[in-house]
Design a protein around this ligand. Sequence first.
Ligand SMILES: Cc1cc2nc3c(=O)[nH]c(=O)nc-3n(C[C@H](O)[C@H](O)[C@H](O)COP(=O)(O)OP(=O)(O)OC[C@H]3O[C@@H](n4cnc5c(N)ncnc54)[C@H](O)[C@@H]3O)c2cc1C
Length: 394
Amino acid sequence: MSSESRSTGLAFASLPNPFDTSERKAFRETIQTFVETEIRPHAFAWDEAGQVPWDLHEKLGALGVFGFGIDEKYGGLGFDDPFMRMDYAVAMSMCGAGGVSAAVGGRSISLDPIQKLASEDIRSHVLPEVISGRKGSSLGITEAGAGSDVASLKTTARLEGDHWVLNGSKTFITGGMESDYFVIAARTGGPGLTGISLFFVRADAPGFSRTSLSKKMGWWASNQATLYFDDCRIPVENLMGQKDHGFIQIMHNFNYERLGLVGCALGMMKVCLEDSIAWAQERETFGKKLIRHQVIRHKIADMSAKIDAVQSNLWILCAQIDAGHMPVAEICKAKSFATKALEFCASEAMQILGGAGYLRGNRIENVYREVKVIAIGGGSEEIMKDLAMRQMGL
Ligand SMILES: Cc1cc2nc3c(=O)[nH]c(=O)nc-3n(C[C@H](O)[C@H](O)[C@H](O)COP(=O)(O)OP(=O)(O)OC[C@H]3O[C@@H](n4cnc5c(N)ncnc54)[C@H](O)[C@@H]3O)c2cc1C
């Protein structure tokens, strides 16, 4: 199968990227080949087992996928490329189990804050370990009582001599059971979004403990942890950036997380299209192949149209970012639009596969269970639309 056809599995359903370059093409082909040969054959087994082998982190680290936007002196690539980031997100979500992508990718949302806000000592020790895949890191914002409403978070940090003392807990933290390092948001000032600071916390800090969330609907191959801070003492220099302005300082970080989730949604939609067509070409009902029934043909055409729309939008957003803009409202709209399009594709694909789609061990069953984490994680649909409206001055 050529690399072009692998991007959707179907050459005729694949729009050419007008912004493609030979470097992007080479990167995309490398990642697609890696996913096809090293991940896809194992993805279901890893998902059922609830984890990926640690050497997968290291193999991906060696391909450079965690190093976008990170300085070479910290082990990063020394450049950023939104198109390459998205090609990676799409390819990984086509492996058959979104949890595999989450298991290795959980670290990504903590890397930019570490590079921009941590002390030079932390940066120079931690970033090379995490980017190479030798160690894991996580971003801890969400609490049991504060998800969308970040401003209401209750975890506190108070200064005692040359230490910060953290009390409270975080939950739903991706990779939290295995990560060695955490970026944690805690209240240091008054109520609201100002008053929140960021801290770098090592997993061996006194007063830190964690338990795993279990029995999730999807993303089985990744772990989500509840983190506990019980008079957890960390050195004073582990405050990241400006006190009381931590959250404001990482707002930019969420744009890439959301864009990445659009990429994930797109990859999952491509899985829906690819597996629906393959099944419809094989399965016969009432004397003809499913693909020859008009209703099924229309479902496939609708899926394909939504993929074109999400793909085109993603390329335009990447081009904007590449040109130095950060279209926040458009990214928010793209995320909520892509998750709705994904919901449609997952439902239609499951319908086309019929009973076969309901069985564990095929990609459609997996996609169907993992639609909602894309719609909720990284800013839910409702919050995305609200933020887009505010960004539009309304
Ligand atoms: C698998 C998984 C992994 C995650 N990983 C991480 C992680 O690594 N780090 C981290 O910090 N967090 C993580 N999260 C948490 C995630 O960011 C939150 O779940 C998300 O922000 C939503 O918060 P909530 O679940 O508390 O929902 P709530 O905020 O309680 O919202 C519930 C529902 O109400 C809606 N709603 C809320 N406010 C409004 C409003 N004003 N108007 C209209 N509707 C509203 C929401 O859209 C949502 O549909 C993860 C979550 C999941 C499920």
